[in-house]
Design a protein around this ligand. Sequence first.
Ligand code: NAD
Length: 507
Amino acid sequence: METSSVSPQPLGSAAMKAPEEESDGGGGKESMDGDAASRNPYAGLVNHLRTSWLSRKTWPMQYRVAQLEALGRFLEEKEEEILEATTLDMGKPHFETQLSEIFVCRSELNHTLNNLSTWMKDEHVEKNWAMQLDSAFIRKDPYGVVLIIGPWNYPINLLLVPLIGAIAAGNCVVVKPSEVSKNAERLMAETLPKYLDKDCFAVVTAGVEGTTRLLENKFDYIFYTGSPSVGRVVMTAAAKHLTPVTLELGGKNPCYVSDSCDVRNVARRVAWGRFFNAGQTCVAPDYVLCSLETREQLLPALREAIAEFYGPNPQESSSFARIIGDGQFQRVRALLSSGRVAMGGQTDAGTRYIAPTVLVDVQQDDPVMKEEIFGPILPILTVKSVDDAIAFINARERPLAIYVFSSCKQVVNQVLERTSSGGFCGNDTLMHFTLTSLPFGGIGQSGLGHYHGRFTFDTFSHLRATVLRGNGREALNKPRYPPYEPRHLPLLRSATQQRRHRSCALL
Ligand code: NAD
């Protein structure tokens, strides 16, 4: 049995053993009945957080700022531990952890602290004629008790960035790190609660069994990052309580390389995006589409880029990570049998090393094209033209990102305009992820909803439509009351209806 543990009451109390895998008899019910709720090992924790939320402790801005600043201290004081944990879990180079975990969280935190007072303000909106004397605005209310479930590949970033927005928006939060990145999970469970208010924020450690039980509870929002298959499980659990969700999922991100580009620059930018974190990145370019002629130029350029980045033997490089676990290692290694290895292909099960690898002569129905690779393998498939590349992309699920390389702006624009994806980056890879000003998320199979910066705050805020009217001036309301008089309709129409703007022929 898995050894999931929870802190069922205010954090800091003794950790609890994993729940027994017993049926609560509530399958198919809309919510847990009293008996099932009392047997759910996380019900006490969720109730405790809900009581805190109802006390409105998390609502004042000063409280939110204090918690966010405490999170900043966690990042500062635990930096060494974070670097160590991610290296132990997946041999992640410290440089990559700094860049993709620590810098990203700090940037999100600073951006949030810089803008929180503005984001929290009521937003006054346009009014129709009938409401000119009233006040109409959007109030940003916290949802309540929210659950954040993270994956293992960026175990700090993908938990803390949503957590920052959830705190900023005034929620109480349960965070559930991935059990796969064991060292990062332990660090989060043991140290994060020391920085945050235990009455309002909790870390739950759980595997599949425990997370299933956790999801039986009613949350007010669920933010999930992980695979599309588990995304469905989470959404199904959320549906039982009509809980809104954000699903940050994965998939296969195409990268089209046109005939007109500087192949050496392309090779470096593609290799960096593909082999960063040993390919275990949701927005990594998953495969390249290009013409046969471009492929022949790209191959030596990729070889050069890989040698430049990782030296003659990437296994000895301190800049190259390892696969997270044995199961993932076996899965990724099996994908090497697709097509022909043009470079790389070496593996070492003992250290879960898979060399930066490029595959050619790959067929569309080869295993490597049937699933998200999530490892350091880059297949190159040939297409005849940009139209073929677009048709190839559009025949598949909509990806989290599409990349296009071309020195011709029209080619980049053509792909942008004729495809659909969560995000898009022309002439580079991954970089769109780094801007807090851009919404980050998928579409269709690659996800639902988006976050980063202001979008994270909005994700965790309920936009409450608010109108405040005066008590008097009843004569103005009279035309809308029964008994209805048709002669009042024209007046009501002009008082309430939006007019279509006419375009001026002179302008
Ligand atoms: P995963 O779906 O296996 O696990 C994610 C989380 O879900 C973990 O915390 C895990 O404990 C939990 N979980 C797993 N099975 C569960 C179940 N049956 N019921 C309830 N909870 C369950 O994903 P992963 O392997 O950790 O991450 C890899 C995937 O995540 C890839 O598909 C990748 O593309 C995607 N991803 C997406 C983003 C994004 O921002 N869109 C970022 C990183 C990773």
